[in-house]
Design a protein around this ligand. Structure first.
Ligand code: T4K
Length: 394
C-alpha cells in the first residue's frame, strides 16, 4: 500500500478520535528513585563537598554493581560512549579495521571512527538482529583487529560462534552491551563474555544513572589501565603515564545509580508482564512479528521491537508509526536508518546494502513499542488496539 495514500485516508483520523491519549506516551521513561532518597544523597554530597573523582558514592556504586552483575573487574564511566571509546584504547585497538554491525545506535561505529579505525559492517541474523557469525569470516582482512558486536535490545549475540572465529583469527572481541544490563546466559552475566563489555546507564536505558556507563574487563591489569585512561592517564599527582581522557562518573550520577539498584528487579519483572501482554495481544496478526525469549537466557526486557511486513500486514511500519503518533503514542524506529547509510560511512565497501540484506529489511520494518515499568497495562492494550485497527482497516 502506498504510504501517502494511506496517511490521507479518513480512518486515520477516526482511529485518533477513538484512541488518542490525553498525555503523550514515549518509547521509554526513566526509572527514578524516590525523591526523598535522592535528596538524602544530595545532602551527603553537599556536606562532604565531594562532587566527583572517585567519591564515596562512586566507590559504593562500583562495589554494589560488581555484586549485582556478578563480575570481577569493573570501571564506571560518565557515559556509555566514552566507555566504549576507552575500551578500544585499553585493548590498543587504534588503527586498522573492526568488524561490527550496522544495526545499532550511532555511538557504536562512531567510537571506531574516533579511534582511527575503519568500521567493516557485517549483516545481522534474522533470529536475534545481532551480528551474523556466519558472515564475519568473509570480511576478515590482514587489517582486521577485532569484532565489535552489540547485544541489540539485550538479546545475546551468538557468543560461542563469535569467540570461535576470534580465536581462529587472533582477534579481540568487544561487546557493546549498552542494552544488556542484567542479562545472563545460564547463570553467567553476559558482561563476562569477550575481552571487554561496555554498558550504558543513560536515562533511556533499563537501568540508569542519568548519564553513565561502565566497562567490564578480564584482568586486574586491564582494569588498572582503564582507570588511567579514564582519568587523563594520571597515575599520581606528579605522573601522567599516557594520553588518557576524562571519562569519570560524578557523585550525582553514582548516587542516582546506587539507588536504582534497589529498583531494578521490580523494573525487569514489570516489563516482563508488559511484554507478555504485547506478545499475547499482537500474536497471530499477519505480517507482524516479534522475537521470543530464548531458553536458558535471563532476558531484561529492555525494548519491545516488532517487525511490520507491509505486504502481509497491509500497511507499512511508517504507516503504523504515523497512526500511533496521531494517537499521542511515540514508538521509535530503533535502528533506522542503518549506521552504514550515514554520510560518514556510506562510501565504505561494506556499506553496500546488497551485503546487508537482513539488516536493511529489519531496519525498514522495525518499531520499538513503548516499554517501561510504569507503563499502564491499559495503555499497552490501547497501543495494541491501534495496531490491530490499522491492520484490519488496511
Ligand atoms: N551503544 C548502543 C547500542 C546504544 O544504544 C547507546 C545509546 C550507546 C552505545 C551509547 O550510550 P550512551 O553514551 O548514550 O550512554 C537514546 C539515548 O540517548 C541513547 O543513550 C541510546 N543508546 C539510544 C538507543 O536512545 P535518543 O536520541 O533516541 O533519545 P531521546 O532523547 O530521543 O529519548 C527517547 C525517549 O525517551 C524520548 O522520546 C522520551 C524519553 N526520555 C528521554 C530522556 C532523555 C525521557 O522520558 N526522559 C529523558 O530524560 O537516544
Amino acid at each position: 500500500m502506498n504510504s501517502i495514500l494511506f496517511s490521507e485516508r479518513i480512518f486515520m483520523t477516526d482511529i485518533a478520535k477513538k484512541y488518542r491519549l490525553a498525555d503523550p506516551v514515549f518509547v521509554t521513561q526513566p526509572t527514578m528513585p524516590r525523591l526523598d532518597d535522592y535528596q538524602e544523597c544530595l545532602k551527603t554530597i553537599w556536606q562532604s563537598r565531594w562532587l566527583t573523582n572517585d567519591g564515596q558514592f562512586h566507590k559504593e556504586f562500583e562495589l554494589r554493581l560488581k555484586e549485582y552483575l556478578g563480575v570481577e573487574q569493573l570501571n564506571l564511566f560518565v557515559n556509555g560512549t566514552i566507555a566504549l571509546l576507552v575500551a578500544l584504547q585499553a585493548l590498543r585497538i587504534n588503527s586498522g579495521e573492526v568488524i561490527t554491525t550496522p544495526f545499532t545506535f550511532a555511538a557504536t561505529p562512531h567510537v571506531l571512527y574516533w579511534n582511527n579505525i575503519k568500521p567493516v559492517f557485517c549483516d545481522i541474523e534474522e533470529k536475534t538482529f545481532n551480528i551474523d557469525p556466519a558472515k564475519i569470516e568473509g570480511l576478515i582482512s590482514p587489517d582486521t583487529k577485532a569484532i565489535l558486536a552489540v547485544h541489540v535490545y539485550g538479546n545475546p549475540c551468538d557468543v560461542e560462534a563469535i569467540h570461535a572465529i576470534a580465536d581462529r583469527h587472533g582477534l579481540q572481541v568487544i561487546y557493546d552491551a549498552a542494552h544488556a544490563f542484567g542479562v545472563k546466559i545460564g547463570d553467567k552475566s553476559i558482561m563476562n563474555y569477550g575481552d571487554i563489555s561496555a554498558m550504558s546507564f543513560h536515562a533511556t536505558k533499563l537501568f540508569s544513572s542519568i548519564e553513565g556507563g561502565a566497562l567490564v574487563s578480564k584482568t586486574d591489569k586491564q582494569r588498572t589501565r582503564i582507570q588511567f585512561l579514564k582519568n587523563f592517564g594520571i597515575a599520581d599527582a606528579e605522573t601522567v603515564i599516557g594520553p588518557g581522557i576524562n571519562g569519570k562518573m560524578n557523585e550525582f550520577q553514582a548516587s542516582f545509580g546506587l539507588l536504582g539498584l534497589d529498583l531494578i528487579e521490580k523494573e525487569i519483572s514489570d516489563r516482563r508482564e508488559l511484554v507478555e501482554l504485547y506478545r499475547k495481544q499482537l500474536s497471530g496478526i499477519p505480517g507482524l512479528s516479534f522475537l521470543d525469549d530464548v531458553e536458558g537466557v535471563r532476558h531484561n526486557y529492555a525494548y519491545f521491537p516488532i517487525l511490520i511486513d507491509q505486504e502481509a500486514f497491509g500497511a507499512s511500519r511508517d504507516d503504523v508509526f504515523d497512526v500511533l503518533g496521531t494517537c499521542n503514542i511515540f514508538p521509535r524506529k530503533y535502528f533506522y536508518p542503518l549506521c552504514s547509510t550515514y554520510p560518514c560511512y556510506s562510501a565504505l565497501p561494506s556499506s553496500n546494502p546488497q551485503n546487508l540484506p537482513v539488516a536493511t529489511r529489519v531496519s525498514e520494518q522495525v518499531l520499538c513499542l513503548p516499554l517501561y515499568g510504569r507503563l499502564e497495562k491499559k495503555i499497552a492494550e490501547t497501543i495494541c488496539d491501534v495496531i490491530k485497527t490499522v491492520h484490519e482497516q488496511s
